[in-house]
Design a protein around this ligand. Structure first.
Ligand SMILES: [Zn+2]
Length: 311
């Protein structure tokens, strides 16, 4: 018997087949594109032909209500106001759990990652956008934790949510890419302008990091600026919650040199004396797996709650 874990993000969709012992048998990654659900349905159709699947757990980069409806997904507009759980249950006639991606990743970290043994930690998903999860006293707090939309500069840049000066507008993968494109359009020098046969609009965040690591001054400064902004956001979280740990996950958390290192230094510089020293800021070792693993954990919780209610 197997479970299917889905992680729908702004840039990638990850689909994992997970055994009842929690082992990942297969993990695939696809571009989210304009029609993410078509990709999802096609993949699930194929998996269901090959495996006996007990249920589907879904992590979504957006606000999800208790009925598994996506209320708002700023970076996956086609899922806005969409009854995702209902749609999947009707289509496949199996149990489905749908939750925010950071909440799912928080569950995975608590039981299988950096959060094991912690009483309190905050998790940040650093991807196209920035999400957050809060583990406190042995459970995930059901708080919005829209960390990416905390204001770090109230007169600042426009964010995808419509507000200005959000953390996400400065420190997310999309922000780094937009920042680079803006500078290349102004004619600033960088190896990045030669990639994709000069069509620098196709640049991916991982390219920026790679070029920065190769020593390109413009990409280095962009990664550093993004890291400083992230550090400002982290210091706000430390001052408000004083968690034992902050766990950074998502694609951008792999950019440890420059971006993450700058963020940690900035956070500790800005946090209140006595609070900054107490927190340990670490990167996740689950990263791509966290969303799908957590989604299946949430699904299992849902299944066992139903069973205990039925007996
Ligand atoms: Zn925002």
């Amino acid at each position: 018997m197997y479970y299917l874990g889905l992680d729908i993000g702004g840039t990638y969709i990850k689909i994992g087949i997970i055994s009842s012992e929690g082992e990942i048998l297969q993990l695939c990654k696809f571009s989210t594109g304009e029609k993410p659900l078509e990709v999802v349905f096609e993949e699930i159709d194929d998996i269901l032909k090959a495996y006996k699947i007990l249920g589907i757990g879904v992590a979504v980069a957006g606000i999800v209500d208790r009925d598994g409806k996506v209320i708002e997904a700023a970076n996956i507009k086609s899922l806005n106001d969409f009854e995702l759980k209902k749609e999947l249950e009707q289509r496949y006639k199996i149990q489905v759990a749908v939750e925010n991606d950071a909440t799912m990743a928080t569950l995975a970290e608590a039981f299988a990652g950096e959060g094991k043994g912690c009483n309190s930690f905050i998790l940040l998903t650093l991807g196209t956008g920035i999400g957050g999860g809060f583990w406190f006293n042995g459970k995930v707090e059901r708080l919005p934790m829209e960390v990416g939309h905390m204001t770090i500069n109230y007169l600042g840049k426009l964010c995808s949510c419509g507000n200005t000066g959000c953390l996400e507008a400065y420190a997310s993968a999309r922000a780094l890419k937009d920042n680079l494109i803006e500078k290349l359009e102004k004619g600033e020098n960088s190896i990045a302008s030669t990639l994709y046969e000069g069509n620098f609009y196709k640049i991916k965040p991982e390219d920026i990091y790679k070029i920065a690591m190769d020593g390109d001054p413009l990409c280095r400064s962009i990664m550093k600026e993004g890291g400083k902004a992230l550090g400002a956001g982290l210091s706000n979280l430390i001052n408000l919650f004083s968690p034992e740990k902050i766990i950074l996950t998502g694609g951008l958390s792999k950019a440890v040199n420059i971006y993450i290192e700058t963020a940690i230094a900035e956070a500790q510089k800005r946090a209140m004396k006595g609070l900054g020293e107490k927190v340990s800021i670490v990167t996740s070792s689950l990263v791509d797996k966290g969303g799908v693993l957590g989604a299946v954990m949430a699904l299992n919780n849902q299944l066992s709650n139903q069973n205990s209610c039925n007996t």
